[in-house]
Design a protein around this ligand. Structure first.
Ligand code: 6PG
Length: 234
């Protein structure tokens, strides 16, 4: 499959449009954590659109309570879910399938795996991901065993490779490959080397560069970049 690299002035705006479009089509959408998507979520919450038929999932979460400042769910709630609910009420809001990270990495992963399997598992119409400066994506960190898992859709990660150093629950590469359209949202110079290593012209699948393992498994990948993040591409 091909990876489309799109350098745009405002990746969050493009991402917000994709979110609103997938929600309007009643899609299964996977949200990403970290700090980069916050602006996209805030814009999507303000844009006109129908979220009533959509289901929101998460690509990973930290093993903390759902109202903790490190929780990816808490970030999405503050930036997207609460403002949306305020505007359109419960009936207009999407279904939300959060990862119960507070159960710990293994029990949390088992519970999320069960939810995913009970739902089909779904093909995700839009699956958002971030990229770390070490090229980790979701909570799939360089050279960890989780990269080898193919039969499960979600696994526990005891040691995060990057801050915050709390255990995680993450979709596996098999779980991420359920995405029909995978969109990476990547901004800033600190990600430029990781972008080139994972998606540049010389990129090869390499467990030291977790995101590079996805193109051979996925149907369609778009990488939305600002110019600084695209700075190391030939
Ligand atoms: C997480 C993530 C992770 C994130 C990248 C980029 O829970 O940490 O889902 O994969 O997307 O680390 O994060 P930033 O946007 O904060 O750089």
């Amino acid at each position: 499959m091909t990876v489309t690299l799109e350098v745009v002035p405002d990746p969050a705006a493009v991402c917000a449009e994709l979110l609103v479009e997938a929600a309007g089509a009643g899609g299964d959408i996977v949200l990403t954590g970290g700090s980069t998507p916050r602006a996209a979520y805030e814009r999507a919450a303000r844009a006109p659109g129908d979220w009533s038929g959509a289901t929101l999932w998460f690509g990973d979460d930290r093993c903390v309570p759902p109202d903790h400042e490190d929780s990816n769910y808490a970030m999405a709630r503050k930036a997207l879910l609460d403002p949306l609910r305020e505007r359109v009420g419960d009936a207009g809001s999407p279904a939300v399938m959060r990862i119960p990270g507070e159960l710990g990495p293994h029990q949390g992963a088992d519970a999320y795996e069960h939810e995913l399997r009970s739902a089909g598992p779904p093909r995700f119409d839009l699956l958002l991901l971030g990229l770390g400066p070490d090229a980790h994506t979701a909570s799939l960190f360089p050279d960890q065993e989780s990269l080898l898992e193919r039969s499960r859709l979600a696994v526990g990660v005891e040691h995060a490779g990057l801050t915050p150093f709390v255990p995680r629950v993450t979709l596996t590469l098999s779980g991420l490959a359920l995405g029909r359209h995978i969109v990476f949202l990547v901004t800033g110079e600190s990600k430029a080397a990781a972008v080139a290593a994972a998606f540049g012209p010389e990129a090869e699948p390499d467990p030291h560069v977790p995101a590079s393992l996805l193109p051979s498994l996925a149907e369609s990948i778009t990488v939305l970049l600002d110019s600084p993040a695209a700075g190391a591409l030939a």
